[in-house]
Design a protein around this ligand. Structure first.
Ligand SMILES: [Fe+2]
Ligand SMILES: [Fe+2]
Length: 347
């Protein structure tokens, strides 16, 4: 397959047989048939994503209004810059996921991408709600469009934006695979300097409402990571030529580059000026995450000697996992999916 074929829309001649279904290059009918799925993990994923439904405005931010004014200058700067980057990531995800879906010919996977797109929109809206609540409209706009003044932020946004734009220019299976890897990196590495900063605020008993918003977002992002890992692993089975040693090496170097950028960004926005965090902790944690993401795709680690979660950072997973719904990425299934949309707060 040298060219990627866009999925047809109304296609009565499409294949109904599950055995003929393919991640790319299939002949889909686009019928939402929940009873005949090829990819078993989709039903677990779908159930979990639905159970994760939440509404940003239901989280009380009244303490954050007072806390934000009292934040030490370094924390306030980091809060604004991190939020600005997260807003960009969730916005570009909302816009780009439908582009990916246009070339995925497994309808059940497209259903998942539609739910993910909705969740990314909710995430962008939650940042808006946070900013509208804690600061004046002028400050809010300055945070939203901070990439216009901050070249570090612009550089970061450009990197991911250019990767996504490349798929707009060239619709090839290779470029789709790179876009899927870029998504996997975005969902599994890029959010994490931000998450760790917010959870550190939580440890320091500051901005409790913002921390709670981030925990809900983090829970969704975990399922997005699960989705993209699963798509990539299915693609590896169906289109092994997209995973030759040479191409795999390229994916590994993309993951490494993603980590390097996240580390540089973490050093820039957090540095050594924030109580409870420092450059070394950021580096160790992101390197560990990079290896974890490689392992998720059965790739060799990118940072030797960083296979275990650094002890100094164990509190991050306590915040992000303080939840009855845990996701086991390596098993590609949820370990519990009780009917619940609320985080169980045992912190
Ligand atoms: Fe998101
Ligand atoms: Fe996401």
């Amino acid at each position: 397959m040298s060219e990627l074929v866009k999925k047809p829309l109304f296609n009565p001649e499409g294949d109904i047989e599950v055995t003929k279904r393919k991640m790319i290059g299939g002949n889909t009918t686009n019928l939402n048939d929940f009873n005949h799925m090829k990819y078993n993990w989709v039903s677990d994923w779908y159930r979990q994503a639905m159970n994760n439904f939440w509404v940003p405005e239901e989280i009380n931010l009244s303490v954050d209004i007072k806390d934000y004014k009292m934040l030490p200058a370094a924390e306030r700067r980091a809060y604004d810059k991190i939020l600005s980057f997260l807003i960009f990531l969730d916005s570009i995800q909302t816009a780009n996921l439908p582009n990916i879906g246009e070339y995925i010919t497994a309808n059940e996977v497209n259903l998942c991408l539609s739910i993910q797109t909705f969740q990314e929109a909710v995430h962008s809206q939650s940042y808006s709600y946070m900013l509208d609540t804690i600061c004046e409209p002028q400050e809010r706009n300055a945070v939203l469009y901070q990439w216009k003044e901050d070249r570090h932020l612009l550089e970061r946004n450009e990197f991911i934006g250019n990767l996504y734009n490349a798929f707009q220019e060239e619709k090839s299976p290779e470029m789709l695979a790179c876009t899927l890897i870029a998504n996997y990196i975005l969902e599994g590495i890029y959010f994490y300097s931000g998450f760790m900063f917010f959870y550190n605020l939580g440890r320091n008993r500051r901005m409790p409402g913002s921390v709670q918003e981030i925990r809900y977002i983090n829970r969704d992002e975990n399922t997005h990571l699960w989705l993209f890992r699963s798509i990539l692993m299915e693609l590896k089975k169906e289109e092994p030529w997209l995973f030759t040693a040479e191409k795999t090496e390229k994916y590994r170097s993309m993951i490494r580059e993603g980590c390097e950028q996240e580390i540089r960004w973490g050093h820039y926005v957090i540095g050594d000026d924030i109580q409870g965090l420092n450059r070394e902790m950021i580096t160790d944690y992101i390197q560990y995450l990079g290896n974890l993401r490689c392992r998720g795709l059965e790739l060799e680690p990118v940072y030797e000697g960083h296979e275990k979660e650094p002890e100094s950072m164990s509190w991050v997973s306590q915040f992000s996992n303080a939840n009855m719904i845990k996701t086991d990425f390596f098993e590609a299934r949820s370990t519990a999916y009780a009917k619940s949309s609320a985080l169980v707060d045992d912190l």
